[in-house]
Design a protein around this ligand. Structure first.
Ligand code: COA
Length: 158
């Protein structure tokens, strides 16, 4: 255990509410900007607000020694095939906090939320770009996820 590792021993996972929503927006904005997407503050804030008010979603922050260092968003969908299926939508840990199992704790908390809602499985979509940048299939396989080989096709409506 490194000294930095000890700092994260008391890590707490805190659901996002009206009091810490702005922190969540700033973390998501930084996530999108880091990944080269538009991180429009008001769009992120509006969509986060919709997520928070809808029971089919859960958003949580990782709090370590008084600092918010990461965020996860998760959604529960309903399918004939799966019944309730969870999907991890966003996962981000500040660069300076990485390597301390913060993301592992956030994903575990998201999985527990899905389990409590009766989900039969939890999925996560990774893009080739993010895979190339972060090797995420390796990361998710360490957390128990397995690639399905399914392809996502998208038709934009906006
Ligand atoms: C990917 C990310 C969330 C990992 O956060 P983190 O807090 O450093 O991850 P953890 O320390 O919890 O790592 C959990 C495990 O995965 C491993 N791991 C972490 N990052 C990894 C990576 N990029 N590739 C492969 N394995 C990785 C760790 O070694 C650890 O293994 P172990 O617990 O079996 O020893 C973080 O790097 C990040 O925010 N990246 C940018 C945003 C992003 O890509 N988000 C995911 C979009 S779906």
């Amino acid at each position: 255990m490194t000294i930095a590792g000890r700092l994260y021993e008391g890590l707490e996972i805190i659901p996002v509410d009206a009091h810490n929503a702005e922190i969540a927006v700033l973390l998501l904005q930084r996530f999108f900007q880091d990944e080269g997407f538009s991180g429009n503050h008001s769009i992120i804030a509006a969509n986060l607000d919709r997520l928070r008010r809808d029971d089919n979603h859960w958003v949580a922050l990782a709090l370590s020694s008084g600092h918010f260092v990461g965020i996860v968003t998760v959604t529960s969908m309903l399918y004939i095939e799966w019944g309730h299926l969870g999907e991890i939508g966003d996962l981000y840990v500040l660069p300076e906090a990485r390597g301390n199992r913060v993301a592992r704790r956030l994903v575990q908390a998201a999985i527990e939320w899905c389990r409590a809602r009766g989900c039969s499985a939890v999925e996560v979509v990774t893009t080739p770009l993010v895979e190339a940048a972060h090797g995420l299939s390796d990361f998710y396989s360490r957390l128990g996820f397995a690639a399905t080989g399914r392809t996502i096709s998208l038709l934009r409506l906006d």
